[in-house]
Design a protein around this ligand. Sequence first.
Ligand SMILES: Nc1nc2c(c(=O)[nH]1)N[C@H]1C(S)=C(S)[C@@H](COP(=O)(O)O)O[C@H]1N2
Ligand SMILES: [Mo]
Length: 350
Amino acid sequence: MLALTFTICFVTGLISHLVQHPPPWFVWPSRPAGLYRVTQGLHVISGIASIPLLGAKLWNVYPKLFARPVVRSVLHAIERGSILVLSASALFELSTGLFNVAQNYPWNFYFPQVHYAVAWVAAGSILMHVAVKLPVLRDGLRRRRDEPEPDRERNGVSRRAFLGTTALATGVAVVATAGVTVPWLRPVSVLSWRGEGPQGVPVNRSAAGAGVVGVATANDWRLEVVAPSGLTRLSLADLNRLPHTTATLPIACVEGWSQQAEWSGVAIADLLRVVGAEPGAEVAVTSLERNGIYASSVLPGTHTADPLTLLALRLNGEVLDLDHGYPCRVIAPNRPGVLQTKWVGRLEVR
Ligand SMILES: Nc1nc2c(c(=O)[nH]1)N[C@H]1C(S)=C(S)[C@@H](COP(=O)(O)O)O[C@H]1N2
Ligand SMILES: [Mo]
């Protein structure tokens, strides 16, 4: 089970990293609209399930950590060394991930970078561990087929009680938190870390927190659109006069929470046509926010060509709340929350 949850966590983490920092060869489609919501939800759920599973695994083997002599052979040294790296990196990944979903950063490194790098260390040391243990695995599997093992005791607990307790703890951990992204689990997810915000959607960074209250509500706000043909400045009234598209799309935060909502506004494809550019061109988005790490993003061509990629002006039937990005924000299908830039000031067609 730990192998399964770690693999899901690693693969979904890689996907999230690639979507946020795409190398030239990587293309992330704009559909299905809820795909990133599923991959990132799985990332956080499998990470949470891994905590009790790793605890059980360590509890099961910890007497071996104190085995003497410390080193018996070269192979034994590699095995013990890889277990040390494996345990340390796995514990590091799970604990930093947990702090991250709680939006708590009690350290002074940049979380995504370090969490990503250590994931490779964990994956590598697990592969090393499995490789070193292959002969033991093979023998164990062969013996299992010939003669079923009795219900042995380990550390004073029967195998059945151990497995039952681990399954229960893992189930409770998942059910108590998964409501943050699985709507029908919300009523029983007592530890889920995201409540409702204005207009039925949680807020990650408020307008006051981003320091944009003044600029976002100023009467002279204009959306600047830079296209090959030149600069176009559009007022909120101009945007409201353009044709609007309504779409039900999720916000899927990298921190694991997600929430579906009804958004409406000007499709980026329509806006590009208005300024004489082609849908399918890459567009750089800049927020009114100064100095925020999420104050800008890039809409790839796959997204600007999608008719559901919106510059949203309304949310769940109301004018966008200031905390949700008033006067306008990006909402695109199959895109991480960090890239759904709020309080947009400028679009640059590349
Ligand atoms: N300008 C700006 N846009 C931003 C952010 C931000 O900090 N600044 N946070 C992003 C993140 S991490 C998420 S999950 C979504 C959340 O949108 P919401 O607060 O409307 O739910 O907004 C995104 N857009
Ligand atoms: Mo987010």
